[in-house]
Design a protein around this ligand. Structure first.
Ligand code: CTP
Ligand code: MG
Length: 216
């Protein structure tokens, strides 16, 4: 599933982030093309910005994406968008991978890594990268805690889950969830990490678009 429904407020464009231009193409084209080209993916559900379902389908058609089975409007939050997308995933799917359109440079090996981990008995798998900076908790301007960096990672997408596990996780309370794994963890699901990739940087502001373009 491709989560592309965000507004992209921090990018500050006149259109949703998924339609910001990356080398003359809408941002979502890059990840869509890569998902379509992966032997690991059978079916793609696009979660589009509300009102942008038709343009999203057009992008998929122009790319010749035969795997796109549905395109639905997303919700107010990422988790609500994922819920809308999961509802469109066919019952026969044993595994669901959720990817952010905001991370256009999706290396095939990362997809392979998260999906392979599910064959090893995990409920879910997410790409993770080590942190370079020391992370601190700050309250009212004062540092109250320095977290042990060796235990900390930054997680990316695609995040893959056994389909029943993800369906169960998004049926519950979605408040505050910034990724799918946290919802699964909250329900006691066992989620592992696999090596992520620096190319999976998330486009947040205009400078990120240039950075990502240089990685294509
Ligand atoms: N997303 C979504 N539905 C939402 C919010 C986010 O599908 N209601 C998706 C975005 O399209 C993006 C991914 O989740 O691919 C990560 O979100 P983020 O980078 O925060 O994108 P936006 O929410 O669009 O950006 P901003 O927070 O700056 O508005
Ligand atoms: Mg956001």
């Amino acid at each position: 599933m491709l989560a592309a429904a965000g507004r992209g407020e921090r990018l500050g464009s006149d259109r949703p982030k998924a339609f910001a231009k990356l080398r003359e193409r809408p941002l979502l084209a890059e990840s869509l093309e890569r998902l379509e080209g992966s032997d690991w993916i059978d079916e793609i559900v696009i979660v589009a910005p509300p009102g942008w379902e038709e343009p999203s389908i057009l992008v998929a058609e122009e790319l010749g994406c035969a795997k796109v089975s549905a395109c639905v409007a997303g919700g107010e939050t990422r988790a609500e968008s994922v819920r809308a997308g999961v509802a469109e995933v066919g019952d026969e799917a044993a595994v669901i991978a959720v990817h952010d359109a905001a991370r256009p440079v999706l290396p095939g090996e990362v997809l392979e890594r998260v999906l392979t981990a599910l064959n090893e008995g995990w409920d879910g798998a997410v790409p993770a990268v080590p942190l370079a900076d020391t992370i601190k908790r700050v309250r009212d301007g004062q540092i109250v805690e320095t977290l042990p960096r060796q235990e900390l990672v930054a997680v990316q997408t695609p995040q893959a889950f056994l389909a029943p596990v993800l369906r169960d996780a998004i049926a519950g309370d979605l408040a505050g969830a910034t990724d799918c794994a946290s919802l699964v963890e909250a329900r006691g699901g066992r989620v592992t990490t696999v090596p992520g990739d620096p190319r999976l940087v998330k486009v947040t502001d205009a400078a990120d678009l240039e950075l990502v373009a240089s990685l294509l």
